[in-house]
Design a binder for this molecule. Structure first.
Ligand code: FMN
Length: 181
């Protein structure tokens, strides 16, 4: 598939079939994470693969009621939780190399985008979920304190295709030579 077609065709999927996802498809999606760019190739990501229905439902319980992705966490056969190792990305000799501090959120974000695109290429759906109780998820999964839980996504076959929310036009966010006044 053409790369722009793949990027434009990916949607946040919040309704899933219960059909299983093969180990091979899961491995392909994880392989896409492996080849993500990262600060000085530090690869600070860690992923927890959750298939157990009880555990998925516990994770779904960490989303606030208004989060439109709650039911997708239970319906999809797999939930992937992406974490980042703290104090690695963005650091040089133990010191933050920029005024941005830890770049783990950035690197995990890039990994998530690769994951979502690879999944979409296989006909699988994802939705990046950031609004949940991160501390509770860390407790449920036993994530050590030197890691930050960042985002989750269900992984499964879409029950209905997602609808594309409107995008800003390119000229509205691009400047040339100097930032527009
Ligand atoms: C960092 C981040 C956090 C998000 N958190 C949630 C969330 O908690 N719940 C949800 O339903 N969607 C969440 N989304 C999905 C966005 O709502 C979605 O990407 C956006 O509306 C654009 O739609 P599209 O992905 O179909 O292009 C999140 C997306 C990002 C990038």
């Amino acid at each position: 598939m053409d790369i722009l077609e793949l990027i434009k065709g990916r949607r946040s999927i919040r309704k899933y079939k219960s059909d299983p996802v093969s180990d091979e498809a899961l491995e392909t999606v994880l392989e896409a994470v492996r080849w993500s760019p990262s600060w000085a190739n530090t690869q600070c990501w860690e992923i927890v693969v959750v298939k157990d229905p009880k555990e998925k439902s516990e994770l779904a319980g960490t989303l606030p009621n208004g989060n439109p992705a709650v039911s997708s966490m239970m319906n999809a056969p797999i939930v992937l939780v992406l974490c980042g190792i703290k104090g690695v990305s963005g650091y040089y000799k133990g010191q933050a190399a920029t005024d941005k501090g830890d770049w783990l959120m950035f690197d995990v974000g890039m990994a998530m985008q690769n994951l979502c695109l690879a999944a979409h290429g296989l006909g699988l759906g994802t939705v990046v979920i950031g609004m949940f109780n991160h501390r509770k998820v860390a407790e449920i999964l036993g994530v050590p304190r030197n890691l930050e839980v960042m985002v989750m996504t269900p992984l499964g076959y879409p029950a209905t295709p997602g609808r594309a929310p409107k995008r800003k036009e390119v000229p509205s966010f691009v400047s040339y030579e100097r930032f527009r006044g």
